[in-house]
Write a protein that binds this ligand. Structure first.
Ligand SMILES: C[S@@+](CC[C@H](N)C(=O)[O-])C[C@H]1O[C@@H](n2cnc3c(N)ncnc32)[C@H](O)[C@@H]1O
Length: 250
């Protein structure tokens, strides 16, 4: 995979060195692991798409699941490897939007957490990813998708927000949101006293839980549960709830 400005490896190249510091495991992580563990008992084969540094994959492996983590970013996979000297998570370098990159299944559980799906270039790539996930599932297996979609403005909007301030550093977030294409282009701009400016670019394409429902149904999956958050179940007809659980019949 050749690195390109907004290719599949972009997010990882931008954030691998700060990911664990900026997005540390928290209560939501514990709740997510609990939900996923209930779908994947000890010994179950689990595939996490966009595994990152293993925030979810490492605790699932520690709970006895046979976990494979796929990621397009060599930097993210290296960060995961450094935290997992025993190799409890099998690492696969590949693009989840490219069916040929996927590891052999079948899997009892496939997980697309946080903003993995939004990182894909467009909705066609997102739909392909959901199709590949359905194909990788064992009969009776589950796909869990978190759709942390940004709220797009009614018209194109450029903004500057502050993420972090302390005595010697500032992290600003510059975004250009375009509702016509459904995309947000962003830069985390890191300024450290006496150091060079560090730009961390990213790009997301919005999709809604209803889009994921549609792609999952087209791939033969049935919606079996929804959640407003990892620790907050929702009714099945709560169409906006960002976590969806889908099952392959069998
Ligand atoms: C926000 S991180 C989430 C990491 C982890 N799942 C978590 O919940 O902490 C998104 C991950 O998806 C990966 N990613 C983005 N686009 C991808 C693609 N097309 N194929 C595979 N991985 C991708 C990034 O490299 C990054 O590691």
């Amino acid at each position: 995979m050749e690195p390109t400005e907004f290719g599949p490896d972009r997010y990882g190249r931008s954030f691998a060195d700060v990911y664990d510091r900026w997005y540390p495991a928290d209560g939501a992580t514990g709740a997510a692991v609990e939900v996923l563990s209930a779908l994947a008992p000890e010994g179950a084969a689990v595939l996490e798409l966009g595994v990152g540094t293993g925030r979810l994959a490492l605790p699932l492996a520690a709970a006895g699941c046979a976990v494979t983590g796929m990621d397009a970013s060599a930097e993210m996979l290296d960060a995961l490897a450094a935290k997992d000297p025993g190799g409890t998570v099998a690492r696969v370098h590949g693009d989840v939007a490219t069916a040929g990159d996927w590891p052999d299944g079948p899997f009892d559980l496939v997980v697309a957490a946080f903003n993995l799906l939004l990182n894909l270039a467009d909705q066609a790539a997102q739909a392909r990813c959901v199709r590949s996930a359905a194909d990788a599932l064992a009969p009776g297996g589950h796909l869990v998708v978190e759709t942390a979609a940004p709220a797009l403005p009614d018209r194109r909007e450029q903004r500057l927000d502050v993420r972090h301030v302390d005595a010697t550093s500032v992290v600003l977030i510059a975004t250009d949101a375009d509702p016509a294409s459904g995309t947000v282009l962003g830069q985390h701009v890191e300024l450290v006293d006496g150091g060079p400016v560090r730009l961390r670019p990213w790009r997301v394409c919005a999709c809604t839980p209803a889009d994921v429902d549609r792609w999952a149904a087209a791939a033969g999956l049935e919606l079996v549960a929804r959640r407003w958050a990892w620790d907050a179940p929702a009714a099945l007809d709560a169409a906006d709830a960002p976590v969806g659980v889908y099952r392959r019949p069998g």
